[in-house]
Design a protein around this ligand. Sequence first.
Ligand SMILES: NC(=O)NCCC(=O)O
Ligand SMILES: [Zn+2]
Length: 489
Amino acid sequence: MTDQGPLLIRGGKVVNDDRIFDADVFVDKGIIQAVGPDLAVPEGAFVIDAAGKYVMPGGIDTHTHMQLPFMGTAAIDDFYWGTRAALAGGTTMIIDFVLPQRGESLLDAYSKWRNWADEKVCCDYGFHVGVTWWSEQVKQEMAELVKDKGVNSFKMFMAYKDTWQLLDEDLLKAFTQCKAIGALAQVHAENGDVIKEMGNRMLAAGITGPEGHALCRPEEVEAEATNRACVLANQVGCPLYIVHVMSRAAADVVSAKRRQGHVVYGEPVAAGLGTDGTHYWSTCWRHAAAHVMGPPLRPDPSTPAYLMDMLANNDLQCTGTDNCTFTSEQKALGKGDFTKIPNGVNGVEDRMSIIWERGVCSGKMDPRRFVAVTSTSAAKIFNIYPRKGVIAVGSDADLIVWNGETSRVISASTHHQRCDFNVFEGQTVRGVAEWVVSRGRVCVRQGQVEAVRAAGRFVPTPGYSPEVYLRVQQRDKTRTPHAVDRSES
Ligand SMILES: NC(=O)NCCC(=O)O
Ligand SMILES: [Zn+2]
């Protein structure tokens, strides 16, 4: 169930992260077979007219949580609805998180997630795995996941005290192991101890609504954790990827550390680029609660534009969504106590349009950088380039025909996700995926979604990504400390 026969995409402007050129693209058997001007129409090929449109690599969403069991419920967009929505917006691969419970085998959790995903995914997917507790078994299973299971990234939480949070000692052990096995360490950079303490203070002061969520996790707390993670990872020479960079202060830390020579990457998410935390002060509880995610959207309304500038200029590298959606009914679990509002928002469907509108149409980035931050950088960092993230002969036929001029109004009443709220509600965005092809299969046809359950495949992400590790390995050769030779004295 991969392709639907040969496909010729004719007359478009092909955009890769390094150049834009006029070319036709011929696809067969799920693979890009030819890229060039005036390709002949092969016998039986279906022809898509891309004149006046961009032909780009399908998006890669680096951060999703489909059907995540979380905070007493489970994310409403499962691997079917979530990947269908991804395709609707031009994303052809997601990288989701396997998140074991404390004490649970990482391998068991991985198998569980694989079973959930394999029977539902409409597009290709990969996995990061959470290191939510520490033991010798966890250490060994991390190695096995890299060696045999196609996982090259592990996420550690510095938040969610008493459930997923690792203390610094274990964080350091996890970083050390990531380095030893050629994996990329990721962190959710917050301070669970501060959040718990400040949350209790808010509740005691009678602040029980969603604004309490933002008030107990100020920007400097995210920046502190980001800095701490960078310092710890750097001490053991481990490359680091900060998931969902949500604040100006945290983005500044990532940028500064990169300039100091740290191998660190920063990932803003669609919600952080497309809206802000002023919504937590809405007098409508449902509206405010719908925006609750961790780290929170920031009340400073200049944040989205600032993060977009950082992304445009490579202070931050690639984009995810942290798509983890709950209905209003699910969010209501936290009525009367904001600490119980399930954390998470939408984004998987709208990420590409939000970045096109606010990044490209604003003049901050050109279409090549758009391709880099929505697809190619992720493919390189997670070591699936050039299979993914580029339009080139031999690559998977994951591509989109993108109309950069057409606009649409984002709304929960028209989106393809199962949640009943959209944090971008009412925003007019240019950039529409008119055709979406996933490994040769047309999944969006002139704007109409034709996604197929279980048509997607797991894509292994091999260890020792050259993008990440070539520098690290060279440093290890040249920067090994030596004892002073005192044999003469
Ligand atoms: N981010 C969020 O609010 N929900 C998903 C779990 C996590 O990544 O923290
Ligand atoms: Zn997340």
